[in-house]
Design a protein around this ligand. Structure first.
Ligand code: DNO
Length: 350
């Protein structure tokens, strides 16, 4: 197949082993990262070499990194940002040396994805991640001692408050400026090493707790891609992240950006949107949620998409327990469903 099917693996501590992953039909690539250092530090070549070796021992290719985290000081444009960007570039070079072709990252202030519950039970007994607006309402990290699932637990409440205040002062245009500085240094290095940088959209794609969020909609994706007009400056188009804002037409975004070769990585999952903006993560099948996954794959195949694809968050089913969103069974079902769609559409479009 043209597209490259991949699976996220959290390293040797992941209960989902490389052996299990290799047993999923059509599985090609491993999406992983070096987890033994903090953001802003250099990744050891030994760690990268080990991931590569482990993958190859199971007939898998380690060619996608998710993520090299962007240090908050880079996003905030603080004094040591330049030095931290140099470290980032060094990490890109090192990844490339061990065969990595695509690196995912995000530019979300303080928190990565945000949900209000990680184990919402559906009628069929499966559980999944959800965001319920009424659970979110009234919460204020500046005054309450809260910790939402998905947030980086290495910050104290006090540090989180400091960061939130710094970002509020920075605002959206300040964040854009710091993204521009980052991209103008990082993309030429990636290009030189044959690596595509794939920015992950903000999840969910709207401001949370007054924090600026910029990778949210078509207009902003256009702006981001135009900062450095190179295929090395590409998107990780996450259907579930962009798809939880009603105003985003995910199919048309996939169509537009795959036509111009600016999608390096597709995260594919389905979400069910509610009237009040709440959403539930669902099984991958189109009929299980609000997104037309079949149409998304059709459009990709029609445009000859040959980048990476991974089934994103799965539900917990069949009694499995583990890292929320990252169990084996439902993601394997997702991969198989996506492989089926791609096989059919790639055959039709050649
Ligand atoms: C969530 C993931 C994100 C993603 C980062 C990329 O499950 O899609 O955490 O890895 O935002 O930097």
């Amino acid at each position: 197949m043209k597209m490259k099917m991949s699976f996220r693996w959290y390293g040797e501590d992941d209960p989902v082993t490389l052996e299990y992953i290799s047993q999923i039909p059509g599985m090609r690539s491993i999406v992983s990262a070096v987890y033994d250092v903090k953001p802003g530090e250099v990744w050891s070549e030994g760690s990268l070499a080990k991931i590569k070796r482990n993958c190859e021992a199971h007939g898998l290719v380690f060619d996608v990194v998710e993520s090299i985290p962007v240090h908050e000081d880079i996003k905030l444009g603080r004094e040591n940002a330049d030095k931290l960007i140099d470290v980032y570039c060094e990490n890109i070079r090192r990844c490339a040396k061990y065969g990595v072709k695509c690196i995912t990252y995000n530019f979300m202030p303080v928190f990565d994805w945000t949900r209000t519950q990680l184990d919402k039970r559906a009628n069929d007994g499966s559980t999944s991640l959800v965001m319920y607006m009424d659970q979110l309402k009234g919460l204020d990290p500046l005054t309450d001692d809260i910790h939402l699932p998905g947030w980086d637990s290495s910050y104290t409440q006090l540090e989180v408050r400091g960061l939130i205040n710094a970002y509020s002062a920075l605002g959206e245009e300040g964040l854009w400026k710091n993204l521009e500085t980052f991209l103008k240094k990082v993309i030429p290095v990636a290009q030189q090493c044959g690596v595509k940088m794939a920015i992950h959209p903000d999840d969910p794609p709207y401001p949370i707790f007054n924090l600026p969020r910029i990778i949210t909609c078509e207009k902003n994706l256009d702006r981001m891609l135009s900062i450095v007009d190179s295929p090395a400056n590409s998107l990780c188009l996450c259907t579930g992240s962009l798809g939880c804002a009603k105003s985003n037409d995910v199919v048309s975004m996939v169509k537009k950006y795959s036509a111009v070769g600016r999608i390096a990585f597709m995260h594919i999952r389905n979400v069910k949107l509610m009237e009040d903006g709440s959403f539930e993560e669902r099984a991958h099948l189109s009929s299980c949620g609000s997104l037309d996954i079949g149409e998304i794959v059709r459009v990709l195949a029609k445009n000859g998409y040959d980048g990476y694809v991974r089934p994103d968050h799965g539900r917990m089913i069949w009694g499995e327990s583990g890292k929320p969103g990252y169990g084996l069974y439902d993601r394997a079902l997702g991969a198989t469903y996506l492989n089926g769609l791609f096989e059919a559409y790639e055959k039709i479009y050649g």
